[in-house]
Design a protein around this ligand. Structure first.
Ligand code: CP
Ligand code: NVA
Length: 303
């Protein structure tokens, strides 16, 4: 069987996504009861980080340990990747030594090239274009809190960034409607929007987007690599803060998510982020652990 990679959510069918989410929920319960045994004994995960991380690094590393395996943190600062060794050579070498690889990097095409030359499954742990692991956790969280998202309305408020693109893919796989509100000049990828035009719409008015929403999401206005645009973006995104007033326009039982780290009182008010009746961000963060364990089990079983 050919190697399965997870570079975007589109690498999964709807049925496979459901299988991973169900297993993540099961693994969470098993973890609470004392663990899942050691199915990954002697398995090694290589973790390449070209950008910072708290949740992704810890959830993958802890997840591997829970399953009896181990993880290697590889930074370009102290590997030959940082000295210009081609990505193709790195992929061929590393994938002869470890069993599964996750990469957090800038250009999405870099992870595609790496995967092309890898003998083992490659997981996208965030690129400039997509963050599919976060969506596994977000979908798991919605299912736990409110059930199947099929037929629901999700509002994405803010930058048309990597998270927004992954929400577009999730809308197609989970069959929900996605209302995107972003300022002009910060739209998500036009082709991706066009391919999903039956369920994805863009507005400049965040209030219009949240009306009738069951699930409201935002993210930082300046992503990693865009730090120098922070001040300018604060001006462009004025009026896009998700707060209690905005949530009042959504459906009564709507929940709020944010992949974190959050900038309080910028894209989300501190009061909303801390309001655990609406904000499920801590469960969402925890679910990175369970969802990625289920993902790795899926990829290693089907590899
Ligand atoms: N949400 C997320 O990916 O967090 P980290 O950048 O801390 O990994
Ligand atoms: N859009 C953010 C997500 C961080 C988890 C970034 O790329 O920095």
């Amino acid at each position: 069987m050919s190697v399965r990679h997870f570079l975007t959510l589109r690498d999964l069918t709807s049925a496979e996504l459901k299988q991973i989410i169900d297993r993540a929920i099961e693994m969470k319960a098993l973890h609470r009861q004392g663990g899942t045994g050691e199915p990954f004994k002697n398995k090694v995960l290589g973790m390449i980080f070209e950008k910072s991380s708290t949740r992704t690094r810890v959830s993958f590393e802890a997840g591997m340990t829970h399953l009896g395996g181990s993880a290697l943190f590889l930074s370009p600062r102290d590997t030959q990747l940082g000295r210009g060794e081609p990505i193709e050579d790195s992929a061929r070498v590393l994938s002869r030594m470890v069993d599964i690889i996750m990469i957090r990097t800038f250009e999405h095409e870099k992870i595609e090239r790496f995967a092309e030359h890898s003998r083992v499954p490659v997981i996208n742990a965030l690129t400039d274009d997509y963050h599919p692991c976060q969506l596994l956790a977000d979908i798991q969280t919605y299912v736990e809190q409110r059930g199947n998202p099929k037929g629901k309305t999700v509002a994405w408020i803010g930058d048309g960034n990597n998270m927004c693109h992954s929400y577009i893919n999730a809308a197609a796989l989970c069959d929900f409607k996605l209302n995107i509100a972003c300022p002009e000049g910060f739209d998500p990828n036009a082709q991706l929007v066009a391919e999903n035009a039956d369920r994805v719409s863009i507005t400049r008015d965040p209030r219009e987007a949240v009306k009738g929403a069951d699930w409201v999401v935002t993210d930082v206005w300046a992503s990693m690599g865009q730090e120098e645009e922070q001040k300018e973006r604060e001006k462009q995104f004025a009026g896009y803060q998700v707060n209690h007033e905005m949530m009042a326009l959504a459906n009564d039982d709507a929940i709020f998510m944010h992949c974190l780290p959050a900038h309080r009182d910028e894209e989300v008010s501190a009061a909303l982020l801390e309001d655990e009746k609406i904000s499920v961000v801590w469960d969402e963060a925890e679910n990175r652990l369970h969802a990625q364990k289920a993902l790795m089990e899926f990829l290693l079983q089907t590899a």
